[in-house]
Every structure is written in structure tokens, then in C-alpha cells.
Design a protein around this ligand. Structure first.
Ligand code: TRP
Length: 486
């Protein structure tokens, strides 16, 4: 963990080197894929994460009114409340994706999750909520990577079996977010690495030096080499030619298809490196598309806006398995309050919504802008008390978690198979514009099919392997049944 303290912002073409002094960050805020913490003040208090500063440090762009107005013009849809409220606050080349949507040229969405615990919490849900909305809005393919390998490599204790177990339950959680199975491919690195995906991984690996990995991620001489290499795996899924079953075999046509990556801002270093490599890759004279990014801020921990929820600290998070009562108790007991100590003082001066966790959660989960603004005003003026604000927050969280649990109960093995099978996807894109530019080759799954869409030997092998696993499972189930019947 400590080895990442000197992650630095890089210009994409810059020579990558970190002065040793950069490692000593003292009490500055840290945001990288492994650590998220606000600045620690002289009083020892953790401050709220300063997201404007991150935009500056990372060299990304703020999502402004103009971009949102263009988004609305191009899609005909009111921006999601995460966009309206600056929860999704920063981007890289998002306008290029809007250009493509406008012309109905293909692009896809890519996001992921590191399976680090059995149950996800509401903080894990927010990037997926937004991704689902993007999928509904753009009607394009979505690939979701589960980095079981990452969670094994970056943890001293976790075993492969453990992360694979988390992976299975996390896939079910992700499916419960409501993604469209016809447009969504969910995969785990342990299962999908091979074929076209592995070829792309090695392209990235070949173009990232140890120096660069150190500069971007802060690795040192004692970091295991799996960690150092991992960025090329996470980055490889940002390219359409890693998914021939979705986009076809013809890399001349697919390397130019870009993706949009919705992610929490701590993942940016991975994709900074990926974009840097993309700029240097060509396939038979065709340039690789650089991935675009759209960044969200973190849902704060119950303890305050200086850190994010942590799956390993039970009191910091609302889990998707929590009961209504647990939610109520956690918020009442732990949620950091921006209210004043005494009712008299609160009525006189009012509360601070900027740091109040219950209010911050309402920004994520209460969709009605007017309602939210009313609450903000009432709390700021001291008309609304902390207990009352918490009650509003509890109600929203309970509704959100209950709806999730209802969908989760319906996710069975068949649904998992539906989302994880290596198969073609179907999508429309922009319904107002006929397909233009690069046309995604049509895929034929039928055996013996000719042309671009033919599955590779490797894919056929994988399909065959999957079939065998299914057959074995069925056989086992049958044996079990026979045994209990007799
Ligand atoms: N590294 C991420 C995590 O630990 C998982 C991930 C893989 C991801 N690919 C991604 C997240 C793309 C966002 C976008 O959670």
C-alpha cells in the first residue's frame, strides 16, 4: 500500500520519472487505485477530498455546463443526476464519444470491479448505476471486467479460490443492477485471458517500461512483478479488438473503435497509461483508438467525506445485504453530521451540507432536484435537524437496498451464464442516424459460417470447454438427484 504514495500526474507524452522527494507526501491527499484519503490538517482531522485539485493534478477536464448542454442536444436526454450534481465530474475526451454517437459510429462502454469481498456496498453500486444509465442512453455494448487476478496479486492474504468465490457473487450483484444481457459481456480475468485479449495485453505490456509503471503507480523494487504487469491487463479491455465475439475478427476494422470508461477517479492512472500506449499503436497502418473516460467521485464513508466506504470496515459502509434496521442503526450511529452540537445553536446557525454524510448520500440517491434543494436549504438554515435529515437519508437507502435485494434474489445460474458466455451482442446505437463510418462486421455463430464473423479456433475451444463444464455440472446434479431419490 505504502508503495503507491508517490503516484504522480503525467502528461501523456512526458518522459516518466519521479523524483525521490515525491514519495514523501506527508499529509497531502492521496488518490490512487489503492488509497483514497483527503488531506490531514494540522489538527489531525482528515479533510474532504478536493476533487478540483485532482482534475488539475491528473490533467483531466471538468465536466461543465456546455458539455452537458451538448450531451442533452445530442442524446435528447436530460443528463443523469450524477452529471447534474457534479458526482460524475471529470472526463478525458468525452466529447469524442458524443461526436461518434452523433454520427452513429460504433463505440462501447467498459467498466469493472475488483472482487474483494462477498457483498458489495452502496459505494460499489454508484459507478454501475451510472454505467447502466449510459448503456440505456447510448444503446451500445458494455464489457465488465472482474479483476480477480488483481485482487489476488495485490493482497498478501487472499487466495485464488477466495477471490474466485467473491467474483462469482459479485457477478450476480452486478447483474442485479439491471444491465441488458443482449448488450453486456461480463468476464473475469482468470477466465477470459487468452486469444485476442491476451494478444492485446502483450501489446500494452511491450509498450510500458518498468520506469513508467513506477512513475504512474509508485511501485518499488520489492513490488511483485504481477502488480507491475497488471496495468496491461486492465488496460487491454479498453480496445475493441480484445472482443472478437462482439466486434468481429477484422482488427483493421476494430482497433479504431473507441470505448468510454465510466470509473471512479482513482482508476485514472491505469487509463492514463493505456491512452499513452494507444497513441503509439497501429495495426496495418490503422491507428488504435484512445479510450475516453468519465470520472465519478466517491461515495463517502459513513465517517465523513475524507475517505470512501470500505468493504473491510463494516461500520464505514451500507452493504447491499443489510436489513432495513441495520441501515437505520448504522446511519444513526455512525453517519458524520454537519449539524451543530445543540439544537439551539443548530436552529441559530444551521448545518453544513458539504460535510454532512446523510446529505451527501441524498445527493446520490434522491433523484428529485427540487426535493433535494428544499432539504439543503432547510438544513442550512437550521429548520431541519440532524435526526430529521438522517431519517430522510435512511428512507432513501432502505428503498434502494430493498429494490436491489429483490432483483438479486432472481439472479440464477442461467442468468450468470447468459451474461458471461462468449457470444455476439446486439445493439442499435443512435436510432436517429443510420449506421455510418466503420460498420461493425456481422457475426455468425453457427458452425461453418464464413466471412469476418467466424469464431477463432481459440473461441471455439473456449465454447467447447464451456460446454464440457456444463455437461459435467449437469451430470453431477443428476447424480446428486439420483442419490437423494434412492
Ligand atoms: N481495478 C478496478 C477495481 O479494483 C476494477 C476495474 C477493472 C475497473 N477495469 C476497470 C474499474 C474499468 C473501472 C473501470 O475496482
Amino acid at each position: 500500500m505504502a508503495e503507491t504514495a508517490n503516484a504522480v500526474a503525467l502528461n501523456e507524452s512526458q518522459v516518466l520519472e519521479v523524483p525521490a522527494s515525491a514519495a514523501a507526501q506527508g499529509s497531502k491527499q492521496t488518490v490512487d487505485p489503492w488509497n483514497v484519503q483527503g488531506e490531514v490538517g494540522a489538527d489531525g482531522q482528515i479533510k474532504a477530498i478536493n476533487y478540483d485539485k485532482l482534475i488539475e493534478e491528473f490533467g483531466t477536464k471538468k465536466i461543465d455546463e456546455e458539455l452537458l448542454a451538448r450531451f442533452e442536444r445530442v442524446t435528447g436526454k436530460k443528463p443523469h443526476h450524477f452529471l447534474r450534481r457534479g458526482i460524475v465530474f471529470s472526463h478525458r475526451d468525452f466529447e469524442l464519444i458524443l461526436d461518434r454517437y452523433e454520427r452513429n459510429e460504433p463505440f462501447f462502454l467498459y467498466t469493472g470491479r475488483g472482487p474483494s469481498s462477498d457483498s458489495i456496498h452502496v459505494g460499489h453500486c454508484t459507478p454501475f448505476m451510472f454505467t447502466k444509465w449510459l448503456q440505456d442512453t447510448f444503446d451500445v455494448p458494455l464489457v465488465i471486467m472482474l479483476t480477480d487476478d488483481e485482487k489476488y496479486l495485490f493482497s498478501e492474504k487472499r487466495t485464488i479460490e477466495e477471490v474466485q468465490g467473491y467474483c462469482d457473487s459479485n457477478i450476480r450483484d452486478i447483474i442485479s443492477m439491471g444491465f441488458d444481457p443482449n448488450k453486456t459481456f461480463i468476464f473475469s480475468d482468470y477466465d477470459y485471458v487468452g486469444g485476442a485479449f491476451y494478444r492485446q495485453i502483450t501489446r500494452l505490456a511491450k509498450h510500458i517500461t518498468l520506469n513508467q509503471a513506477r512513475a504512474i503507480f509508485g511501485f518499488n523494487d520489492s513490488s511483485n512483478i504481477g502488480k507491475i504487469h497488471f496495468g496491461s491487463i486492465q488496460g487491454a479491455a479498453a480496445f475493441a479488438n480484445s472482443f472478437p465475439h462482439i466486434f468481429g475478427e477484422d482488427e483493421k476494422k476494430t482497433v479504431g473503435i473507441p470505448c468510454l470508461i465510466p470509473c471512479a477517479v482513482d482508476q485514472d492512472p491505469y487509463f492514463r497509461a493505456t491512452r499513452d500506449v494507444a497513441a503509439r499503436l497501429t495495426y496495418q497502418g490503422v491507428r488504435f483508438a484512445k479510450p475516453s473516460l468519465i470520472h465519478s467521485l466517491f461515495l463517502p464513508a459513513l465517517q465523513g467525506p475524507g475517505t470512501k466506504m470500505s468493504a473491510s470496515i463494516d461500520s464505514s459502509a451500507i452493504f447491499m445485504t443489510d436489513t432495513p434496521n441495520q441501515i437505520k442503526n448504522k446511519v444513526n450511529k455512525y453517519a458524520f453530521s454537519g449539524g451543530k452540537v445543540s439544537v439551539e445553536e443548530h436552529r441559530a446557525v444551521g448545518g453544513d451540507t458539504e460535510v454532512d454524510v446523510a446529505y451527501q448520500y441524498l445527493r446520490f440517491f434522491l433523484e428529485d432536484d427540487n426535493e433535494l434543494e428544499k432539504i439543503r436549504l432547510a438544513y442550512s438554515k437550521g429548520e431541519l435537524l440532524t435526526g430529521e435529515l438522517k431519517a430522510l437519508c435512511i428512507k432513501e437507502l432502505q428503498t434502494f437496498v430493498a429494490a436491489f435485494q429483490e432483483r438479486r434474489a432472481k439472479v440464477d445460474d442461467a442468468a450468470v451464464k447468459q451474461f458471461t458466455d462468449i457470444r455476439p451482442l446486439t445493439w442499435v446505437g443512435n436510432p436517429k442516424v443510420p449506421k455510418a463510418g466503420i460498420v461493425v462486421p456481422k457475426l455468425e455463430v453457427a458452425e461453418g459460417a464464413e466471412g469476418d464473423g467466424k469464431l477463432t479456433k481459440n473461441q471455439l475451444k473456449k465454447l467447447e470447454k464451456q460446454r464440457q463444464i456444463e455437461a459435467k455440472k449437469a451430470q453431477k446434479a443428476k447424480e446428486k438427484e439420483d442419490a437423494t431419490a434412492s
